[in-house]
Design a protein around this ligand. Structure first.
Ligand code: IVH
Length: 691
């Protein structure tokens, strides 16, 4: 009976998967929907009867079969960035202060902001040529997106009124709460897996190779900005005015000609008005027909935006003011330890699943040893948990009254790594306890591999966390270099990729192709991919920019004066310098790097546009008080022009720009014979004399 059921289930799963491939990937179904639904219902019935036989890769356990392959990849005309977050009014006031300082505005100067809802959906970019929608892309990794032109055509207007020859707009596709509920009801009726929230439903519905599926899902959109515009278009130097122009062309924008209560945005030079609007929207949030997770504030003046520019992943001129986290009460069923990429032991509470603001949560972080002790969270306790946006849910505290004679013992934090059993130590001044196993620890190795292949690192499509775990456990890959010999080794023993459960010829060849593509990698990504402690994306970029090639970075870090060289780079502190030196001096890392350099083509850093300036590649140091432009703007401007900004003067410095009251740096410059410029001389040199 049980054996028979297992066989039937396997056969059904295989049949359904084959239909999924024909339906979703090849656009060529061979059965009608009703017959397909009947197959799924039979499988579901068996799974309900024999829950212990349900396989994690069962077609009933995956949402849609939206494959990553199948969408063409296209580079964005300009990167799609994200936003910095503000969680309090103070954060918002700091944001305003930073901008005023950067632009050197006085307290009396009016700084207008435009404020819109932050829609919790999926971002897109859409290109109109002569008023016709010609291209639509997902965000992808921010640099390269997926071609969803046909899908977007079912949501956005195909033609615009009186639009310029070239217009690329950006916005958010989302699903209204009611459409989400209706969709899930119809999925429930046919036994299809349910979407966890409107955001996931929108994402799953947008990325469908079968456009008719997207069309049926009733998606909505808002345009919140633009990326490209024909040169002769008049924007009136105001975001609000230009958004209104987009609205008049026929796009859905927050800014409309409606006044009063129907208005969906705020335009004001008063922070108090901005914050009052935030409160108002927060109060209305639950009554809105769609999910919003905060408000976005953006500088309205476009010339100021230009001056403010961007940091690595977000503009300086905008911020998302998030709504407070949603909370719920549930029970801690267990406390487990996760071992991270750099060995940090993180305690995680396994919870009785609970719905928090529309999302089912079954794990929450307890942060670290001190936090567990401070909150005194124990197994069996009833706790308050909260989640905010994409942030990992966290345990806020124990609900009072949970204590008593029956209460479990206080949680004893392990002193050894639960994975490799190496000692777990806590260095002075650190909150984290870390496993000392290094790369002998399976958890650390696996996390490092996941990081290496991840989207913002080597970006290997089809090599996600699940695949890495499986490949690691089967001994197929244990170090990043193994990824690049996977294809050559494919077929040894029983490890042919295409014969794996859930894999086929196509998925295997797609993975090999993605691995091939990843061999050519930008220096900044590669540095980030190495997973060196304290080296995030931003520092990766900084190092790439400074050293230009991997060889130069390596030589500098292994040099006897590494510490001084690194500390002289603006933005690099002692912690990062130490982490780099330590990483590069470990023999097993050196070995790994040597192997990787053989199989990868790490691209030297190429300064983006404008590198063709008089100061491109020059190292400059600012010192003293500048009075024509602010220090931050001066730095940002120098970097935009391709110069490197350092914080200390050495023989390698090309220019020292000395403002009023310059001190020791000026002295050093004179001693070393470095060219010293006044602020005005510098501005003249770079062609900003009018600043
Ligand atoms: S402005 C340079 N406005 O939130 C980026 N973004 O968490 C300028 N989002 O990437 C973005 N509603 O996808 C902006 N009214 C709004 C938005 C909005 C939702 C999304 C957007 C962004 C993400 C950042």
């Amino acid at each position: 009976m049980r054996e028979q059921a297992a066989r039937d289930m396997a056969a059904l799963a295989e049949e359904i998967r084959a239909h999924d491939v024909r339906y979703y990937q090849q656009d060529a179904p061979t059965i009608d929907d009703a017959t397909y639904d009947a197959l799924r219902l039979r499988l579901l019935a068996l799974e309900k009867e024999f829950p212990e036989l349900v396989r994690p890769d069962s077609p009933t356990q995956t949402v849609g079969a939206a494959p990553a392959e199948g969408f063409k990849k296209i580079r964005h005309s300009q990167p799609m960035l994200s936003l910095d977050n503000a969680f309090s009014e103070e954060d918002v006031r700091d944001f305003d202060q930073r901008i005023r300082k950067f632009l050197q505005l006085g307290a009396a100067d009016e700084l207008y902001y435009i404020c819109e809802q932050k829609i919790d959906g999926v971002s897109f970019s859409a290109r109109y040529e002569h008023g016709q929608l010609v291209q639509g892309l997902t965000r992808g990794d921010g640099e390269v997106g997926e071609d969803i032109t046909e899908n977007l055509k079912t949501i956005l207007p195909l033609t615009l009124r009186a639009s310029p020859p070239l217009l690329e707009v950006r916005g958010e596709v989302y699903m209204k709460k009611q459409d989400f509920l209706t969709l899930n009801e119809s999925r429930l009726a046919v036994g299809a897996p349910l979407f966890a929230n409107p955001r996931n439903a929108a994402a799953g519905s947008l990325r469908q190779l079968d456009v008719s599926v997207t069309a049926q899902r009733g998606l909505s959109y808002f345009v919140y900005s633009w990326a490209q515009l024909s040169e002769d278009v008049e924007t009136h130097n105001s975001d609000m005015k230009f958004m209104l122009a987009l609205h008049d062309m026929g796009l859905t924008t927050f800014v409309t000609r409606d006044a009063g209560a129907a208005r969906h945005y705020q335009w004001t030079a008063s922070l108090d008005v901005l914050l009052a609007y935030y409160q108002e929207m927060q109060a209305q949030r639950a009554l809105m027909d769609h999910d919003i997770d905060g408000m976005v504030y953006k500088v309205d003046r476009l010339d100021w935006r230009e001056r403010l520019g961007f940091k690595a992943r977000s503009p300086r001129w905008a911020i998302a003011h998030k709504f407070p986290a949603e909370q719920a009460v549930t029970v801690v069923e267990a406390i487990e330890i996760q071992v991270g990429r750099t060995g940090t032991l993180t305690p995680v509470a396994r919870l009785a699943p609970i719905n928090v603001g529309g999302v089912v949560v079954s794990n929450a972080t307890l942060h670290n040893e001190d936090e567990i002790a401070r909150k005194d969270v124990r197994v069996g306790d009833t706790v308050i948990i909260q989640r905010a946006g994409d942030v990992i849910p966290q345990v806020v505290g124990v609900v009072s009254g949970a204590s008593g004679a029956m209460r479990a013992e206080p949680y004893a934090f392990p002193t050894h790594c639960p994975v490799c059993d190496a000692q777990a130590v806590r260095e002075e001044g650190e909150v984290a306890r870390r496993c000392t196993g290094g790369l002998t620890c399976a958890a650390q190795r696996m996390e490092r591999l996941k990081h290496f292949a991840s989207r913002n690192a080597m970006n290997i499509d089809g090599l996600g966390d699940k695949q890495i775990e499986a490949f690691y456990q089967e001994g197929l890959i244990s170090s990043p270099a193994d990824i690049y010999t996977l294809q050559a080794r494919d077929g040894e023993g029983l490890s042919r990729l295409k014969n794996r459960e859930g894999w086929g010829e196509k998925s295997a060849s797609n993975l090999f192709a993605a691995i091939e593509t990843s061999r050519e990698v930008a220096l900044a990504r590669f540095i980030f991919a190495l997973g060196i402690r304290h080296i995030g994306e931003e520092t990766g970029k900084l190092l790439a920019k400074h050293f230009g090639t991997f060889e130069q970075l390596q030589a500098a870090v292994l040099d006897a004066h590494a510490r001084e060289t690194l500390l002289a780079i603006d933005g690099i502190g002692a912690t990062v310098a130490q982490a780099l030196i330590q990483f590069f001096s470990e023999p097993h890392n050196q070995q790994l790097l040597a192997t990787l350099m053989d199989v990868l083509r790490v691209q030297p850093y190429s300064a983006p546009a404008l590198a063709n300036t008089v100061v491109a590649g020059k190292t400059v140091v600012f010192t003293g008080t500048l009075d024509r432009i602010g220090r931050n703007e001066a730095k940002a401007l120098a970097e935009t022009l391709g110069a490197k900004v350092a914080s200390s003067v050495s023989k390698k410095t090309d220019y020292v720009i000395a403002g009023a009251d310059a001190g020791s740096k000026l002295k050093t410059a004179v001693e070393l014979g470095v060219t010293v410029l006044t602020e005005t001389e510098w501005l003249t040199l770079i062609g900003h004399a009018h600043a």
